[in-house]
Design a protein around this ligand. Sequence first.
Ligand SMILES: *[C@@H]1O[C@H](CO)[C@@H](O)[C@H](O)[C@H]1NC(C)=O
Ligand SMILES: *[C@@H]1O[C@H](CO)[C@@H](O)[C@H](O)[C@H]1NC(C)=O
Ligand SMILES: *[C@@H]1O[C@H](CO)[C@@H](O)[C@H](O)[C@H]1NC(C)=O
Ligand SMILES: *[C@@H]1O[C@H](CO)[C@@H](O)[C@H](O)[C@H]1NC(C)=O
Ligand SMILES: *[C@@H]1O[C@H](CO)[C@@H](O)[C@H](O)[C@H]1NC(C)=O
Length: 299
Amino acid sequence: MSTEKHVSNRTCLKSKLSRFILAIVVLIVIIVAVVPSVVVTTLHKKNSMGPKAKVFVPLYVYPAPEAWAPLENVISAHPDVNFTVVINPGNGPGPDSLPDGNYTREIPKLTAYDNVRVLGYVYTSYGKRNASEVRKDIQTYADWPTNSSDPNLAVRGIFFDETPQQYEAQTLTYLQGLTDFVKGLKALGPDQFVVHNPGAVPDSRYLATADSTVVFEAAYSTFRERQGAKLFSSISDSNRTQLCAIVHSVPESVEGKDLRSLVKQVRKVADEIYITHLSTNYYASFGSKWTEFVDLMAA
Ligand SMILES: *[C@@H]1O[C@H](CO)[C@@H](O)[C@H](O)[C@H]1NC(C)=O
Ligand SMILES: *[C@@H]1O[C@H](CO)[C@@H](O)[C@H](O)[C@H]1NC(C)=O
Ligand SMILES: *[C@@H]1O[C@H](CO)[C@@H](O)[C@H](O)[C@H]1NC(C)=O
Ligand SMILES: *[C@@H]1O[C@H](CO)[C@@H](O)[C@H](O)[C@H]1NC(C)=O
Ligand SMILES: *[C@@H]1O[C@H](CO)[C@@H](O)[C@H](O)[C@H]1NC(C)=O
């Protein structure tokens, strides 16, 4: 190689280098200018309310004619929102093979919707209730469709109330046995969904025995304190899809953008949520901001 060529090569190299640097700078400017605005507008449009969550309804409302209408109205108005609805005819399925005529008329209306999953309430007395009696309650729910000759008089899983928080090996075995029982009943299909309600964050060894666990069932003021103390931070990310949160006693003043912000915060914590402004008999009727809450769940 000649010296001349070396020189021209260097000049060439220099201008190539500067063009290269220029190109990089232009590219960076484009990336910095364009990409975030695209990402931000996409995220903003889709996720300004955070992740989607299901509406969880402890429906301990007696189905007198029209009493469940406020629920049916929001279910049909929001086909894109999923609802998990817990029914409780008599501290469980009740003593008879079928619940009374108001239930047998109203339950099939709910189960007819694609966006509804109805669960049957069963209590466990913190793992101390006789397991064969618990199984009997579960079996009663499972027998409803055949016993009534109505395939829509059916539940798709069980809500176990009063499950324990503290770990005990025999209680874990007890709960796992009940879950296995539910999973084996075809009549509770296709979901055979199992929810536990310890009402607060339980020992994490229990989480895997349920599809979803109610890790918060308390007043708005308590939710505020917990949020401040970041008590949910240990479970909020990895296990969110397995969690349910219920916030009651929300002050009437929490509406509009304050309610929006509350719904957003709770959606961040759990995949199934219920928020009510009722401060007594939280589940015996629908609160004043019921439709506003569901509208925010659809956002
Ligand atoms: C609602 O349910 C449908 C069908 O099971 C599912 O595909 C969808 O992801 C659910 N949406 C939410 C927000 O849970
Ligand atoms: C249904 O509910 C109404 C109103 O509470 C009540 O009068 C009626 O007796 C109930 N019907 C049955 C079959 O229980
Ligand atoms: C549990 O209930 C079954 C049937 O109701 C009964 O036979 C059994 O003795 C009970 N077990 C205990 C420990 O009470
Ligand atoms: C309904 O349940 C009752 C009580 O468990 C039982 O005696 C009856 O045979 C059942 N009927 C049908 C059609 O399964
Ligand atoms: C998440 O759930 C699994 C069981 O499903 C459990 O083993 C794990 O400890 C949980 N993670 C946290 C952080 O609690």
